[in-house]
Design a protein around this ligand. Structure first.
Ligand code: GLP
Length: 241
């Protein structure tokens, strides 16, 4: 594991931006898999600025880690988020954009379809955020490390986090998510987990100082050959050194 400690959210965003820009410049046909939420918002917005200043993403493939089961047009959906913060802002689009369909009637067929796409496009970078309970994507505590693309029931703390992030009523907050499993996450050349803020401090401590356990899904990432963990001072505040 490569641990990068930065001062705050903006420094984390800059660090992520440097990694993504370098990757795209050195390999224009990179396959980059994003997550959504508070963590990558800064990166997506900064990357959009770089694209609008001339960074060429026309040969790249962008995809996403997960998608809520719900309304595609809902403010919370990965589809809406990616459009709001990136695709609707950039003057040039990647060659391919892949996302799961929040409204898919046949979830099994949707999973099969996305699994085929992922098999065809091995990721150069998989970006991940960290759940306050240590989840990644929607691989909640207790999920098998052999998980493959599936529809997960969100834990209560995850539902609350989504509700707060998007200012939703509890009833309208999604309870399920399509998510890559560990199998799809771990095949990426490089796996990056980023965490910022005090709310992530306990989970960060468990990932960095604890063992590899299903109780803390993100701990499994430490077994990846090229795992980068980026944490800021607040999220690192409970570490013993
Ligand atoms: C959510 C999503 C993840 C996200 C994580 C952290 O539940 N399923 O894709 O990375 O939790 O979100 P945030 O960055 O808003 O803290």
């Amino acid at each position: 594991m490569k641990l990068i400690r930065v001062s705050n959210y903006d420094a984390m965003t800059q660090c992520l931006l440097d990694i993504f820009v370098k990757q795209i410049k050195s390999k224009p046909d990179s396959v980059l898999s994003f997550t959504t939420g508070a963590t990558p918002k800064g990166l997506l917005e900064s990357l959009a600025k770089e694209v609008n200043k001339g960074l060429d993403i026309s040969k790249s493939t962008f995809c996403n880690l997960d998608e809520y089961v719900g309304k595609k047009s809902g403010i919370y959906s990965v589809y809406s988020f990616m459009h709001r913060h990136f695709y609707d802002v950039v003057k040039q689009h990647p060659k391919n954009i892949f996302m799961l369909d929040a409204e898919a009637k046949d979830k099994i067929a949707e999973i099969k379809k996305y699994a085929q796409i992922l098999a065809q496009y091995p990721r150069d970078i998989q970006l991940l955020g960290l759940g306050t309970n240590g989840h990644v994507g929607a691989n909640e505590p207790g999920t098998s490390f052999n998980s493959t693309l599936f529809v997960a029931d969100s834990h209560e703390s995850t539902i609350k986090a989504t509700q707060n992030l998007f200012n939703l009523k509890y009833e309208e907050t999604p309870r399920q998510m399509f998510t890559m499993g560990f199998k799809e996450i771990m095949v990426a050349e490089c796996v990056i987990l980023a965490a910022s803020g005090k709310s992530k401090a306990e989970a960060v401590k468990k990932v960095v100082e604890g063992g590899v356990t299903k109780d803390v899904p993100a701990s499994y990432l430490k077994t990846h050959k090229n795992f980068v963990l980026i944490i800021d001072e607040d999220s690192a505040s409970l570490l013993s050194k």
